[in-house]
Design a protein around this ligand. Structure first.
Ligand code: AMP
Length: 296
């Protein structure tokens, strides 16, 4: 089946209405483009579970701070189109900023405390922008299922909360982080890294995986796990945070670790800001966390 490229909301609504009336289950993968294997894994999960998969590419201005990388965010629409088609997407939605934020736009979704910790402390307004655009995209696409990566764990927690609090009729699926062979989590922003910074960027995943290995081997102390991760993070230029938090509420974990926790890191390597996380689970609960459609 060939993939339809749609740029306006009315055109997308008409197309999806027809598909829905034909009984199709709609999957949705929102992205900011410059797609990689992490995005591809989300598209494949959607095509496996849904009759039609809508991928959106929209570099959302409201989730970038004034000093952030909105203007230079990497773009390669031709390559993105090929990737979407190859992995079975049937609709590619490419709205202009004015389509999503027409003149006079003034209504935002404010996620509260969940949007203020971790990345939220370093990116004021970021999760308000994310929550707003994702809510709008859900209203535009009206998917049955929407797919997000664990790589952006706080984003998944915020979105699940928005869906619950605003009674949005969509199920959220969170898929595992796809990594390079040396552990670095795939990210569109990895394109910013110089060859030397690219080497040093493995510090994030090395730190997380060292703590994960120790946890699996029986280490239960929060302080000891954080210290193990920290040891690997000496090479980064600015460690913004390294925290062990409850994977559902993002509250800081204290001993003993009784439910699934996330070890989360954000750091700058050169001028590039990178994030990563791993889930530490006392039992097979992690598998449930990832596949559970309605966590909390
Ligand atoms: P982005 O284009 O960076 O906004 O990401 C779009 C979606 O892809 C989000 O749900 C991300 O969490 C997900 N994603 C980004 N990187 C990865 C990765 N390495 N593995 C899995 N999912 C990812």
């Amino acid at each position: 089946m060939s993939m339809r490229i749609v740029r306006t909301i009315p055109e997308l609504r008409a197309l999806l209405k027809a598909l829905r009336e034909g009984g199709s289950r709609i999957g949705f993968v929102p992205t900011m483009g410059y797609l990689h294997e992490g995005h591809a894994s989300l598209i494949r999960q959607s095509t496996a579970r849904c009759d039609h998969t809508v991928v959106s590419i929209f570099v959302n201005p409201t989730q970038f701070g004034p000093a952030e990388d909105l203007a230079k965010y990497p773009r390669d629409l031709e390559r993105d189109q090929v990737l979407c088609q190859k992995h079975g997407a049937t609709v590619l939605f490419l709205p202009e900023p004015s389509e999503i934020y027409p003149t006079g736009f003034s209504t935002f979704v404010e996620p509260g405390e969940l949007g203020q910790v971790l990345c939220g402390a370093f990116r004021p307004g970021h999760f308000r922008g994310v929550a707003t655009v994702v809510t709008k995209l859900f209203n535009i696409v009206q998917p049955d299922l929407a797919f997000f990566g664990q790589k952006d764990l706080q984003q998944t927690v915020v979105i699940r909360r928005v869906v619950r609090d605003l009674n949005l009729p969509v199920d959220i699926v969170v898929a595992p982080t796809v990594r390079e062979a040396d552990g670095l989590a795939l990210s569109s922003r990895n394109a910013y890294l110089s060859p030397e910074d690219r080497q040093r960027a493995t510090a994030l995943s090395r730190g997380l995986l060292a703590a994960d290995a120790a946890f699996r081997a029986g280490e239960q102390s929060v302080a000891a796990l954080l210290a193990l991760a920290q040891k690997e993070l000496g090479e980064v230029d600015e460690l913004q945070y390294l925290e062990l938090v409850d994977a559902h509420t993002l509250e800081r974990t204290a001993d003993p670790i009784a439910r699934t926790v996330a070890l989360c890191v954000a750091a700058k390597v050169g001028t590039t800001r990178l994030i990563d996380n791993v889930l530490l689970t006392p039992d097979p609960e992690a598998v449930q966390f990832l596949s559970h459609l309605d966590a909390d």
